[in-house]
Ligand binder design. Structure first.
Ligand code: PEP
Length: 249
């Protein structure tokens, strides 16, 4: 049985003092022992949020990392810095980073290898544009993203990775994929992992859906057999996040 993982992606929202208020608001709402709960927060919020969630069930994640260990990379953050600050999870390959910051599949592969080498738990995002979906190439595109991202990753390492399937057309648009559409792609992702590795790795890896998941649609999405959680943007900044975490109650 794969444990569900519900992660908030706060993006570039919440100053450090706002972050502390949000943690307090969500504290009584996000208690569910059946679910791993993660807040992926802006870099400047990491230290205060790590301190604020101490003693709770909440894990802290970063929204990005750089693949070099240290040095002259102005503005970047290393895996060691994240670990030292108390971070456990790290998102990589979000479509906003691919789009606005020109991250390539090869960059994401290097980030994944570095995160795994250092012991961070990666959340690797993939997803197609509306144009790609309309052209009928969604699964081919996603299989390619996964195959490149996982180059050089061992089966044992892959079992601990979380993949987030996030159709770009559903992110921040209010347009959620239907549970059937989301399941179809998450199933194809699991099959791809089975092809790269083996059945045991495919059965172990957790796959999230992300894209306008909210308090109203989470139950149906999270009931699908290959959807092991959600990566939540907008709704992670509201009490709705608590409803998503408690989707099974
Ligand atoms: C995201 O950006 O990871 C995301 C899923 O955003 P939203 O929930 O706002 O669509």
């Amino acid at each position: 049985m794969r444990k569900k993982i519900i992660a908030g992606n706060w993006k570039m929202n919440e100053t450090p003092s706002e972050a502390l208020k949000l943690v307090e608001t969500l504290k009584p709402l996000v208690n569910n022992p059946d679910v791993d709960v993660v807040y992926c927060v802006p870099a400047i919020d990491i230290v205060p949020v790590v301190n604020a969630v101490k003693g709770t069930n909440v894990h802290v994640g970063a929204e990005n990392l750089y693949f070099e260990d240290k040095g002259a990379y102005t503005g970047e953050i290393s895996a060691d810095m994240l670990l030292d600050a108390g971070v456990e999870y790290v998102i990589m390959g979000h479509s906003e980073r691919r789009g606005y910051f020109h991250e390539t599949d090869e960059d994401i592969n290097r980030k994944l290898l570095k995160a795994l080498e250092k012991g961070l738990k990666p959340i690797v995002c993939c997803g197609e544009s509306l144009e790609q979906r309309e052209e009928g190439i969604t699964e081919d595109w996603i299989r390619m993203q996964i195959k490149i991202a996982f180059k050089g990753v061992t089966a044992e390492q892959a079992k601990g990775v979380v993949i987030a399937y996030e159709p770009i057309w559903a992110i921040g648009t209010g347009k959620t994929a239907t549970s059937e559409q989301a399941e179809e792609v998450c199933k194809a992702i699991r099959e791809t992992i089975g092809e790269i590795y083996d059945e045991a790795t495919a059965a172990a890896i957790r796959i999230q859906y992300g894209g306008s998941m909210n308090a109203g649609n989470c139950k149906e999405l999270l009931a699908m057999p290959d959807i092991d959680g959600g990566l939540i943007g907008g709704a992670s900044l509201k009490p709705d996040f608590g409803t998503i975490v408690n989707y099974n109650k």
